[in-house]
Structures are given as structure tokens and as C-alpha cells.
Ligand binder design. Structure first.
Ligand code: GLN
Length: 485
């Protein structure tokens, strides 16, 4: 392999200087994908990607091309994100064959900056899951151990990155779907502050919780991709106004190469809180590895303090009620009339609607629509949905308090390493419980990054760093410094 383990920075520089042939690079990536056992992709974009690569090679010296931040970078896109002309299924039978007529805002940004879309990655159906096993297109496997799950729901994106089937990837995160697979596959994944990235073109699961976010093999590449996708967009009313209409610059603080002395300078005096509720109950190997990581920050001059966030025990229940309630309403639009699946002959509305949804949705999706509908129904609304919203406010306040006293919070991303395929899928509750450390972050809307911090029996462990709203630069900086150390 000529182009193994390329970073984004190396790729862009290599393509611009002519040291890398973009077309050869893209061929090599497809060669790897076609021989792969991972099932990381649902749809490939081979012809278009190769044509685009040839164009990049031809025009790389043009002024316009030289300015592109992701020139020639092969990127994998989670199949929950709409791509014009490329099948987008959300890993559901009900959307099988659906080809969006428009691009999500983040895809427009990627194209503007010269990235090359390799294909659409496998995921849990409608982002509902933690293992990429609920996909209609079969599970994805973990590159570190093919008998294990890659995490989910952005499991295809994480597996592809980890196996060199893409240089960069996009995921989406409603309750951990970027950070969990990043942790299980040993890559970096960032869930941005709610409202930073446009959700226009993201197929909705639970709108009040989810964000599209960057995934990469290192922190600087993650920062660069975040910078590219955080563009202002009038089409998402929940997006905050980004200053000066410009993209935010996350790369500067994290990319400069630190000498040891400046690492100490960056970290010295940084206040890092470690909430004990996020450590209790995790596996001994994960606990050990995360404390080792935290002590590295301590050695570089950070002030480490163990803290308590007592409301966290209610986060999972609150999250699942809110997520399922929003899902039950969002998924009403999939009726077989406007998108995807259309089977049998048309009868009266109720019969046709029920038949298509019955055939088109998988078991987990149906379970959530039913539970969400129940939680929203008259008589139970106050008892479940409203109560979950109140708990959410308490959790958000607790994060704000903790982040007043501390610059960042550190904790394990997942309570354990990647589990075996088939091990938990039969018992939905055991899968939900795996999200215990990731869902509180989405309830609070704060940003969080997962970075590799060790291994247990050859399987990666993820460290999660959480920051204040819109302070992605702080967690990126800390993550970058940790990576260097
Ligand atoms: N595992 C969580 C769920 O199933 C989170 C998934 C996600 O972030 N999309 O809801």
C-alpha cells in the first residue's frame, strides 16, 4: 500500500505538491474497501469519486483549488446525512433506494473545500443503537476484532477510519453515536455544541439532542473538519449565529506543534473535574486507563479534582424518554408515499400506511415509535415526557455549575471495551445502559470529544473530555496535548 495511514494535512499537502496522486489514492481506498470484511459502507460513490479525483489532480495548481482546505481528502459520510444523487437510507429498509435531490449543508461545505465523498457508511437504523447491529444492511465489524461490534450508531464511519477505508469521516450524535464508535474503534470523534453545526439535511431522529460531527484518526484532523462544517446556515433555525459570517477557526490552537515546554504552558493551571458518577461501575481496565490519562494531565500541571454530579443517575431515563418521544413524531413522515419503500397494492390509507411501516421499519425502530407514542399520549405526557424535560433542565444546570468551577471535565467515554456481536442486541435495555456516560452530554448540549487513551486485550479505550457551550477549542486543545504526550 502506497498511501497507508495518511493524515488530512499530509493528504492535502501531498495532493497540492503532486507527491500524492489523488486518483491513485482513491483507487487504493476502494481496493481496501472491496477486500474488506468490515461492511463499513452501505453505498459506494466510486465513479463520481474517481472523476472528482482526476479533476483534482488536473487542477491542483489553480489558485481556486490551492485554497481548498480538504483538497483531495477521501471522506466517508454516515448514511443519516443527505447526499444529492447518492442513495441515503439511514440503514433502513423503508428508505432503501431513496436518492436525495439535495445536499445537507455540511456536504455542500465539504464539496466547496475539495473533499472526495467515498461513500455512505453503515449505522444503526435511524441512528437507534449502540452497536451498528440494527442496520437493515447487516452489522459492521470492529477492525480490532472481527467478532466484535464497532460501536454505534456511526459504526461504519469509525470502522472505515480505523481500517484506512477513508481518511476522514462524518458521524451524527444524538446520545453518543459519534463518541461510542470512536471509543470502540480507537479513533477521535467530536460531538459539537448543540446549535453549532447546521442539521439541514440530517435525517432527524431526536432533533433537540443531535448534531453532526467530525471523526478522524487524530485531533488536528478532527479540528480541521469541524472548522469546515461549522458554517452559518439560515436553513437551520436552531443554529447559532457564527461571528462575522465566517467559519470558526479551531485548527490554530491545536495544530501548532508543541514543544514539551509549551505543553506544560497550555495545561498548567487548567482545572479538570472528574465526576465520580461517570467512573462508578465502569470496567476495571477502563477505569485504570482513564485515571492514567487524567494523571498525565496532572503531571503537565493541570489541577485535577474529583467531583460529584448527583443528577447523572437520572440521565439515561430522561434521555430515552425524550429521544423516543421525538423519534415517534419525526418518523411519522415515513409512509411509503413520498420516500423509499412501496409494497403491495394500495388499499385504504390506514391499511397501506400500516403495511408499509410494518415491513419497512426494523424491530428497534418500531419499539421506539411505540414507546415514544405512549410517553406522549394524553394521560402519560406529564408523567413521562414532561418529567423527563424537567430532569433534563436539572442535568443541564449541573453541567453548567461543574463547568463554572472547571475548564473541562474528564471521564470514560464507554463503560467497557467493544463487546461481541450478538451479545447485547437481544436485550435492548443492556444496550441502552451502555450509553450511560454519553447521553448526559447531549441532554446538556455541551461539546465533548472521545480520544483513544489505551487498550485492554487489544481493544481500544476512549477518554471523554467535555467543555462549556461553544468552547470546542478548549477540549480540542486538551485532546491535542494529550495525544502529543
Ligand atoms: N445509543 C443511543 C440511542 O440509541 C444514541 C444513539 C445516537 O447517538 N444516535 O439512542
Amino acid at each position: 500500500m502506497k498511501y497507508a495511514n495518511l493524515t488530512v494535512i499530509d493528504t492535502v499537502e501531498g495532493v497540492k505538491s503532486g507527491n500524492i496522486s489523488c486518483e491513485e489514492l482513491v483507487w487504493e481506498i476502494y481496493d481496501r474497501i472491496e477486500r474488506s470484511e468490515l461492511n463499513a459502507f452501505i453505498t459506494l460513490n466510486k465513479e463520481n469519486a474517481l472523476a472528482k479525483a482526476r479533476e483534482v489532480d488536473k487542477r491542483k495548481a489553480d489558485e481556486e483549488y490551492r485554497r481548498k482546505k480538504l483538497l483531495g481528502v477521501p471522506i466517508a459520510i454516515k448514511d443519516s446525512i443527505s447526499t444529492r444523487g447518492i442513495q441515503t437510507t439511514c440503514a433502513s429498509k423503508i428508505l432503501d433506494g431513496y436518492i436525495p435531490p439535495y445536499d445537507a449543508t455540511v456536504i455542500e461545505a465539504l464539496k466547496r473545500e475539495g473533499a472526495i465523498i467515498i461513500g455512505k457508511t453503515n449505522m444503526d437504523e435511524f441512528c437507534m443503537g449502540t452497536s451498528t447491529e440494527t442496520s437493515y444492511y447487516g452489522p459492521t465489524r470492529n477492525p480490532h476484532d472481527l467478532s466484535r461490534v464497532p460501536g454505534g450508531s456511526s459504526g461504519g464511519s469509525a470502522a472505515a477510519l480505523s481500517a484506512g477505508e477513508a481518511v476522514l469521516a462524518l458521524g451524527s450524535d444524538t446520545g453518543g453515536s459519534i463518541r461510542c464508535p470512536a471509543s470502540f474503534c480507537g479513533v477521535v470523534g467530536l460531538k459539537p455544541t448543540y446549535g453549532l453545526i447546521s442539521r439541514y439535511g440530517l435525517i432527524a431522529y431526536a432533533n433537540s439532542l443531535e448534531q453532526i460531527g467530525p471523526m478522524a484518526s487524530n485531533v488536528a484532523d478532527t479540528a480541521l473538519l469541524l472548522e469546515v462544517i461549522s458554517t452559518k446556515d439560515e436553513r437551520d433555525s436552531t443554529q447559532i449565529k457564527i461571528k462575522n459570517n465566517a467559519t470558526t477557526n479551531y485548527l490554530a490552537p491545536s495544530i501548532s506543534r508543541y514543544e514539551d515546554a509549551s505543553i506544560d504552558k497550555e495545561i498548567k493551571g487548567m482545572r479538570i473535574g472528574v465526576p465520580k458518577e461517570f467512573i462508578e461501575g465502569v470496567s476495571p481496565a477502563v477505569e485504570q486507563s482513564v485515571w492514567n490519562a487524567v494523571h498525565k494531565f496532572g503531571d503537565s500541571g493541570a489541577n485535577i479534582e474529583e467531583i460529584s454530579m448527583r443528577g447523572m443517575k437520572y440521565a439515561l431515563a430522561s434521555y430515552y424518554i425524550i429521544a423516543m418521544s421525538e423519534a415517534s413524531s419525526n418518523l411519522a413522515r415515513f409512509d411509503g408515499l413520498r420516500y423509499g419503500l412501496r409494497t403491495g397494492k394500495d388499499e385504504d390509507w390506514h391499511t397501506t400506511f400500516s403495511r408499509i411501516r410494518g415491513e419497512g421499519f426494523g424491530e428497534e425502530v418500531k419499539r421506539r415509535i411505540i414507546l415514544g407514542t405512549y410517553a406522549l399520549s394524553a394521560g402519560y405526557y406529564g408523567k413521562y415526557y414532561l418529567k423527563a424535560l424537567k430532569v433534563r433542565t436539572l442535568i443541564k444546570n449541573e453541567f453548567e455549575d461543574a463547568l463554572k468551577k472547571h475548564d473541562i471535565l474528564a471521564m470514560p467515554t464507554m463503560p467497557f471495551v467493544a463487546f461481541k456481536l450478538g451479545e447485547r442486541i437481544k436485550d435492548p435495555l443492556s444496550l441502552y445502559l451502555a450509553d450511560v456516560n454519553t447521553v448526559p452530554i447531549n441532554l446538556a448540549g455541551v461539546p465533548s470529544i472521545s480520544i483513544p487513551c489505551g487498550f485492554s486485550n487489544g481493544l481500544p479505550i476512549g477518554l471523554q473530555l467535555v467543555g462549556r457551550h461553544f468552547e470546542e477549542d478548549a477540549i480540542l486543545k486538551a485532546a491535542f496535548v494529550f495525544e502529543q504526550v
